[in-house]
Design a protein around this ligand. Structure first.
Ligand code: IDP
Ligand code: MG
Length: 142
C-alpha cells in the first residue's frame, strides 16, 4: 500500500447528465483523494467494450456497454493513501441492496446499471484503466 497509490474513476453517464459531477468531486476531495487527471469524453462501443472487456461473457455486457455510451462520462485519476480501496469504500457496493449510507452510489445512483461511478478494483487494473484514458503527460503525478 502506497501513500501515493493511484486509482481510476469514471463518473458514468447517469451522474454526468444529472449534473452531479461537482458534488461527486467534492465528496472525492473531502474523502482524502486528490484528482490528478480529469477529462470529459463520450465513449463509443469500441472503447466501452475494451474498457469492460473483463465482463464480455456476462449476460449484461451489451446493456452495460450501451449504457456507458449513452452520454458523456468523466474519466479521472485519483491519488492518495490506499486509493483503490479508499475509493471503492466511498463508491459503495455493486448490488444496490448493499449500498451503505454515505456512499456515492447510495447518494447518487439509481439502480444496478445507473450507479453513478466506476472505480478500479485493484492497483493492477487501475494502471490498465488509466493507460486507456490518459497519456503520461495528462496525469499530474508530481
Ligand atoms: P463494480 O462496478 O462494482 O466494480 P462489476 O462487477 O465490475 O461492479 O460490474 C461492472 C458494472 O456492471 C457495474 O457497475 C454495474 O453497472 C454492471 N453490473 C454488474 N452486475 C450486473 C448485473 O447482474 N446486471 C446488470 N448489470 C450489472
Ligand atoms: Mg468492477
Amino acid at each position: 500500500m502506497s501513500i501515493r497509490e493511484k486509482t481510476f474513476s469514471l463518473i458514468k453517464p447517469d451522474a454526468v447528465s444529472k449534473q452531479l459531477s461537482g458534488a461527486i468531486n467534492n465528496r472525492i476531495e473531502t474523502h482524502g483523494l486528490q484528482i490528478i487527471a480529469q477529462k470529459m469524453l463520450w465513449l463509443d462501443q469500441y472503447c466501452a467494450r475494451m474498457f469492460y472487456a473483463v465482463h464480455k461473457d456476462r449476460p449484461f455486457f451489451g446493456e452495460l456497454c450501451d449504457f456507458l455510451c449513452s452520454g458523456p462520462v468523466i474519466a479521472q485519476v485519483l491519488r492518495g493513501e490506499n486509493a483503490v480501496q479508499k475509493y471503492r469504500n466511498l463508491m459503495g457496493a455493486t448490488k444496490p441492496e448493499e449500498w451503505a449510507d454515505g456512499t456515492l452510489r447510495k447518494e447518487f445512483g439509481e439502480d444496478l446499471c445507473k450507479n453513478a461511478v466506476h472505480g478500479s478494483d485493484s492497483s493492477e487494473n487501475a494502471a490498465l484503466e488509466i493507460s486507456l484514458f490518459f497519456s503520461g503527460f495528462e496525469v499530474f503525478d508530481c
